[in-house]
Ligand binder design. Sequence first.
Ligand code: SF4
Length: 325
Amino acid sequence: MTEPVLAVEGLTKHFPVERGILRRAVAWVRAVDGVDFAIAPGETLCLVGESGCGKSTVARMVLRLTEPTSGAIRLGGTDITTLSEAEMAPFRRRVQMVFQDPYASLNPRLRVGQIVGEPLENFETFSAAERTARVGAILAKVGLRPEAAGRYPFEFSGGQRQRIGIARALALRPELIVADEPVSALDVSVQAQVLNLLMDLQEEFGLAFLFVSHDLAVVEHIGHRIAVMYLGHIVEIGPKDEVLSNPQHPYTQALIAAAPIPDPRAKRERMVIEGDVPSPLNPPSGCRFHTRCPFAFARCSEEKPALREIAPGRRAACHLLDQPG
Ligand code: SF4
């Protein structure tokens, strides 16, 4: 089997709730609670789930923007979880991020050429002419003209700004791009253009993506595999088409029913998911979905279901799937 670009094992993040002058931890928010997955070269794994499920925290931990509480993050087989900032430097160029908000993520005081060229300068030295040529080539890859280098972010539309963000991420020729809701701030008419750009770049450069989204239509467009998260756990993971057309976990079924995807092959039954996501400060016992699951039975509140293989390449965590027939 090909070495994964990224593998995370038992990844956990508990945030302290601090009180008093000494800021003692009086409780812990269990934002991510033991997550495992791997991404192959050239593959897109989509992390999906409702707001607060922990998907963005996972994305930030992969980049070490948020430090994990426990678990391992392996890039190309090397455990980077506890590397110092200096030791991380060679790995930083291998993983880049595209952010949700193309307005907030670009420095408004810098010209586009500086924004895109800055990561290059951190790792390489070259002449001004070489720099201009490199930046121009990257801008061309994302569909922008070389003249864009001399302009400021405010002079561009939302979709163009996200192209600039992608160009910046692309500058160092990473193996993996972590994209956190990269099209959710864009008009629907522009979303498909940006998704298609990402897919074209993936094909050209063999890029892998960890793609965080709450929007199943977006995931349907760009994903190869889907990992569904609920309250800090992955509850189902598998190939996109199989998960979307034949979801096995009740939460995945509810998510899909709530956000129908225009796919005539998919047979979906209406299933309403009641209530809000419980607080990760005090998550439900056993299966964390049991307070909202229409199929919950006694065992569900007592015993946490394991994320186990239900078919080749597919795993789900539900006691119903343990029952014969
Ligand atoms: Fe529902 Fe129980 Fe399955 Fe959890 S384990 S999803 S509560 S049936």
